[in-house]
Design a protein around this ligand. Structure first.
Ligand code: ZN
Ligand code: ZN
Length: 233
């Protein structure tokens, strides 16, 4: 509980500063992200909000505000983590990436409102709140989705190859197939997404992205030997 208070204070301050283009030194922000992630902070805060809403301790407005703040903070931290994975920093964010990220955050409002309605309904029928655990956990996993998205967008700017790494779950034929094609430039994965909508955890995958915990990884080998002619054009 006390750890949550400290993490929440730090994260709120850092997220607020980031809105004004002020970033704490890269290491500190990366540390904070990893502390929030390893302690499962976002899932915990959202879960508490679900319980409080169920027990009538939160108004719909307060519930939505808490949820959207957590979701936005998490989406951005996931995205920034992806940029760092490529050796970039949050300040390298291009306006079109920012616009896309903002869009994705805004789309969550519909789902948060639907969740609030379902919680109210469950409370009226005294069904308990445990059924909502799955939805909270799915939100918490979207950190990884944002990380992969950032690597996909920013990957075209750096000479690195991306691999589709399978998550520790069962795999659909789409995910398995992409993992099998091996390391390829981000431009290849962008083209794949353009044609099929497919990227790790996307809804258009055969698995609908539901239990997909796949992610993009940076291929560690030197790519000079492999793809030099294509990338140095
Ligand atoms: Zn899949
Ligand atoms: Zn997958």
């Amino acid at each position: 509980m006390q750890t949550d208070f400290i993490l929440s204070t730090l994260a709120t301050a850092a997220d607020h500063a980031a809105k004004h283009g002020i970033y704490p030194s890269g290491d500190l922000d990366a540390w904070l992200t990893s502390a929030l992630k390893t302690s499962n902070y976002y899932a915990r805060v959202m879960w508490r909000a679900v319980k409080d809403a169920y027990n009538g301790l939160l108004t719909a407005y307060d519930f939505e505000t808490i949820m959207l703040n957590q979701i936005s903070s998490q989406f951005r931290r996931g995205y920034n983590d992806g940029l760092r994975e490529l050796g970039l920093s949050p300040s390298d964010m291009l306006p079109e990436w920012e616009a896309e990220l903002q869009d994705l955050m805004a789309q969550e409002l519909t789902y948060v409102k639907r969740l609030m309605d379902d919680i109210r309904e469950a409370a009226r029928n005294e069904e308990g709140y445990k059924q909502f655990r799955n939805r909270v956990d799915m939100w918490a996993r979207r950190f990884e989705e944002m990380k992969s998205l950032a690597m996909l967008r920013a990957g075209t700017l750096v000479d690195k190859l991306l691999t589709w790494d399978l998550g520790p779950t069962e795999h659909c034929t789409d995910c398995k197939g992409y993992a099998d094609v091996g390391p390829l430039p981000a431009s290849y994965w962008m083209e794949t997404e353009r044609k099929t909508g497919h990227r790790p955890q996307s809804r258009t995958l055969e698995c609908n992205g539901y239990n997909c915990q796949c992610s993009f990884g940076v291929y560690k080998e030197e790519i000079g030997m492999l793809f030099a002619p294509a990338l140095n054009r």
